[in-house]
Structures are given as C-alpha cells and as structure tokens.
Design a protein around this ligand. Structure first.
Ligand SMILES: NC(=O)c1ccc[n+]([C@@H]2O[C@H](COP(=O)([O-])OP(=O)(O)OC[C@H]3O[C@@H](n4cnc5c(N)ncnc54)[C@H](O)[C@@H]3O)[C@@H](O)[C@H]2O)c1
Length: 290
C-alpha cells in the first residue's frame, strides 16, 4: 500500500503485546483503527488510550476462533468507518505438553485461535478488502514455522506452519487475481517482550490444563536467559508498517535469525543434519538439560 494515512486498520489481539503496538503505530500513521480482542478490560484500556490521543478508534470484543464473532467484527468496522484497508490477523496463544499427552481440547483451543482465527479473518474480510483501491493483510506466524520448535508446544508450532502456508497460498492467489492490489504479508517475530507466555489467562473455562511437558523447566530457563535481549513490540510494529508500504511478503523483525533457520532447513534437506534453533528455545528435556 502506498498510503496509510486516513485508511482503516483492523487488528486482532490488539489489547496486548504486538497487536497493541501495531494499533499504536497505525494510529501514529493517522489511520482509523478497529481493535479486536477477547480480553474486554484490556481492550477498553487500549481503546481509551488511543482515543484520548485523538485517534478515531473502536474496540470490538472478539473471539477470533468464532466465525460469528469475526463476522460481527467486520460488520462493526463497516458500520463505523465504511471500509477496511489493513487487516492484521495477530491474536495468538500458546499451549501444549509432550505430544502423546496433549489433551484434545488443547489442540482445539490453540488451533482455534491461531489458525482458525486467521482463516476466519481472511475469509470474512477478503470481499471487503478486494473492494478497496489498495489493501493489505498481515498474518502473524512465528519463528516456530521456520524451526519446528518450541518443544512441548506442538499445537502452537502446527498452527504457525499453517499460518505460513495459508499466507503463501493467499499471496499467490491475490497476486494472480488482483495484481498485488491486495497485498499479503506473513509476520515472523523472534522473541518479543509480550504476555505470550501468560496465554493461559485466555484459556476458555472447561478446557483442560495439560500436564507440564518434559521441557517445561528447560524452556522457562532458556526464555528467561534470552528475555533481556527480546525485542520490544514497538520495533516489530515499525517493521510491519514498512513491510506494508514496501509490499514485502516476509516480515522479519529478527531477520538474521530467520535467515539462519532457512539456511539450516536447506542444509537439513541436503545433508540430513537437523537444524539447531536460536536463543530461547529448549532442545533438551528437563532431566538432561536443567
Ligand atoms: N511474543 C513473542 O515472542 C512472539 C513470537 C512469535 C510470534 N508471536 C505471535 O504474536 C502474536 C501476538 O502475541 P503477543 O506476543 O503479542 O502476546 P500477548 O499475549 O501479549 O497478546 C496476544 C493477544 O491476543 C489476545 N487473544 C487471545 N486469545 C484470543 C481470542 N480467542 N480472540 C481474540 N483475541 C485473543 C490476547 O487477549 C492478547 O491481547 C501471537 O500470534 C503470537 O503467537 C509472538
């Protein structure tokens, strides 16, 4: 997209972390903003902050795993602003344990938010985006889609591979059908200082708490060790805004780490030597590693 000022942005998971930073950056660009999140209090606070700074903004309490909620989000957007130009399918949660012990409802919860949330967002908003002179979709994946980790979080990893695949397929389709007038990007953040490791705050009542994974303590220690170096969400949002303007498909706030993962994937294919993920990722079970 050439122009952001005056346009309408919809961001899911906008009450915290990367989504909140995206909303702030879009507001600073002079965009009108629609913030969607499942956490009502945090959503109201975020909307209040942007509104008091002069941004035309609404908040819509949305569970992105629900097609009806995402349709209501689109309806509210059109009712308030009459258009939508930028859609960030960003809401996400982490959950899991050792593969054989992952409860079925954990799979359903994580895939519901991280993958179905993106599917619902793209399906519901695409007809609206195609109706604009220019528009852009940003889907949030993860370094997990480049390295196959983190361990003990298989549903998260599966969902993020899914988001990458969906985004590539949609990119090729929209390039063919709109000539790039509707752009697609996939955001692959590295470790970012957000509340992602407190995802269980949004686990629906009734969804089983999985037993701790064999990697839980080692993962915690690895993340704690890397946390000081973790990226600020505002820097991620800056990279996203530039990528929308430049029509970049891959949005890589930690580009060197992403290139390293991609090169290691290639080496793995050629030599059968598995990759070694970057900082903050456990590679050994607790008994051996902690
Ligand atoms: N923080 C990282 O290191 C990191 C790395 C790679 C990818 N990501 C991805 O970035 C995205 C944003 O996460 P974050 O790191 O800012 O975490 P965060 O927990 O700070 O923010 C996630 C937001 O999503 C919302 N949310 C959760 N379930 C929802 C649902 N069902 N419907 C609507 N909203 C829901 C939460 O309330 C929260 O506001 C996620 O997709 C995450 O997987 C984060």
């Amino acid at each position: 997209m050439r122009q952001l000022t005056g346009r309408v942005a919809v961001v899911t998971g906008a009450a915290s972390g990367i989504g909140r930073a995206l909303a702030g950056r879009f507001a600073a660009e002079g965009m009108r903003c629609v913030l969607a999140d499942i956490e009502e209090d945090a959503l109201s606070a975020a909307v209040g902050e942007l509104r008091s700074a002069g941004t035309p903004v609404i908040g819509v309490r949305t569970d992105v795993a629900s097609a009806a909620d995402v349709q209501a989000l689109a309806d509210a957007t059109i009712a308030e602003f009459g258009a939508v130009h930028v859609l960030c399918n960003n809401a996400g949660v982490g959950g899991g344990t050792d593969f054989a012990r992952i409860p079925l409802d954990t799979w359903e919860w994580v895939l519901g938010v991280n993958l179905w949330g993106v599917i619902h967002g793209c399906r519901t908003f695409l007809p609206l985006l195609v109706g604009q002179d220019e528009a852009h979709i940003v889907n949030t994946s993860s370094m997990a889609a480049l390295n196959g980790h983190p361990l003990g979080l298989a549903p998260y990893t599966v969902s993020k591979f899914g988001v990458l695949g969906l985004s590539q397929n949609l990119f090729f389709e929209l390039t063919a059908t709109t000539g790039g007038r509707v752009g697609v990007s996939v955001l692959i953040p590295g470790l970012t200082r957000t509340r992602i490791f407190e995802s269980t705050r949004n686990r629906p009542a009734g969804v089983t708490e999985p037993p701790a994974s064999s990697f839980a303590n080692t993962s915690r220690a690895m993340i704690a060790g890397a946390w000081d170096e973790a990226m600020q969400p505002s820097l991620v949002a800056d990279v996203v805004a530039d990528a929308i303007r430049e029509q970049r498909f891959y949005v890589l706030p930690c580009a060197d780490e992403a290139y390293d993962m991609a090169q290691q994937q290639l080496r793995w294919m050629r030599t059968n030597e598995p990759l070694v993920p970057g900082p903050g990722v456990a590679r050994t079970a607790d008994a051996a590693g902690s």
